[in-house]
Ligand binder design. Structure first.
Ligand code: TPP
Ligand code: MG
Length: 305
């Protein structure tokens, strides 16, 4: 979780210096969802389909820091040879099958991958991760109904950060208990504190067991808050006074640190965990910055049309 946070901090700096280009959506504040969920998955066969806010998913799945930095910096050594960048990277060797910048588009793809798993003998569970805004997309409802009818092993995971871009989700839905959306279709719905990594791990373990044992999909709503803008450059004028401070007091790293201390981890040990993570991130950043940029003459390679 610390590595993800520090990675995002550095990406923010690199974007400001125009070394990373294009639109970047950071996941700071949502780390407990990715790390908690991945502990419940078997990533040698399971598959995760995140959104454009997907750096944390890739890292939690096990994507190397060096390749992640290199990808966002457009380097040859990137996870996708520098072609995917922030919003389109994929690390299938680690079970992360690609970000998607079309809101709600990952849900049918994850459902298809679960259907494929029924025939290829993998017994795979797939995770369709998307935001609270995406729950209102028709593609998500269609995918949930299809998965429910065929009892496919899909966990539809809502990262509910309370905003869809710059609009509060509470201003867009009549029922803000989003986990109940699948009730009419027979999709089991659960809500979890998405800032508590243990709670996410436990709830996700139950969801994965439910899905893998043939009982059908689960709609898991993880409540969280992003500590940064929707994208880098978002002026965040929509925030209520005091909202940031309240969010910072209950964010996942604070919660994790409190929990570790309560379990006997000393302040020094905690500082050393943080320092190691920070140094790993800074070292990886330097190596990526020193590595060659992708050769423009290869730009047409790996294209499917
Ligand atoms: C089909 C589609 N419609 C609109 C957009 C523009 N758009 C990009 S992000 C976003 C908000 C999505 O909010 P949410 O699903 O809550 O995810 P979050 O960004 O909060 O993680 C929108 C509307 C898009 N990318 N795709
Ligand atoms: Mg959202």
């Amino acid at each position: 979780m610390f590595r993800i946070r520090f990675f995002e901090d550095e990406i923010s700096n690199l974007r400001r210096d125009s070394l990373v280009v294009g639109s970047v959506h950071l996941c700071s504040g949502q780390e407990a969802i990715y790390v908690g969920a991945c502990t419940a998955l078997d990533l040698s066969r399971d598959a995760v389909f995140p959104t454009y806010r997907g750096h944390g998913w890739a890292l939690a799945c096990g994507a190397p820091l060096d390749a992640m930095f290199a990808e966002l910096l457009g380097r040859e050594a990137g996870t996708n040879g520098g072609r995917g960048g922030s919003a389109y990277l994929s690390t299938p060797d680690q079970g992360m099958f690609g970000e998607n910048s079309i809101v709600g588009a990952g849900a049918p793809i994850a459902t298809g991958a679960a259907l494929a798993g029924r025939y290829d003998g993998s017994d795979r569970v797939t995770v369709a991760a998307f935001g609270d805004g995406a729950i209102n997309q028709g593609s998500v409802t269609e995918a949930m109904n299809f998965a429910a009818y065929l009892r496919l092993p899909v966990v539809f995971l809502i990262e509910n950060n309370l905003y869809s871009e710059l609009t509060p989700t509470a201003a867009m839905v009549a029922n803000d208990r989003l986990y109940t959306r699948g009730n009419a279709m027979g999709v089991k719905g659960v809500r979890v504190d998405g800032n508590d990594v243990d709670a996410v791990a436990d709830t996700m373990s139950e969801a994965v067991l439910h899905a893998r044992s043939g009982k059908g999909p689960v709609l898991l709503e993880a409540m969280t808050q992003r500590l940064v803008g929707h994208y880098i450059g978002d002026a965040e004028q929509y925030r209520a006074p005091g909202e940031r401070e309240r969010a910072a007091a209950v964010e996942p790293l604070v919660r994790l640190s409190q929990k570790l201390r309560a379990h006997g981890v000393t302040t020094d040990e905690l500082a050393s965990i943080e320092e190691t993570a920070r140094q790993d991130v800074l070292d990886a950043r330097e190596r990526a910055l020193a590595s060659p940029v992708a050769d423009p003459s290869t730009v047409l390679e790996h294209l499917y049309a």
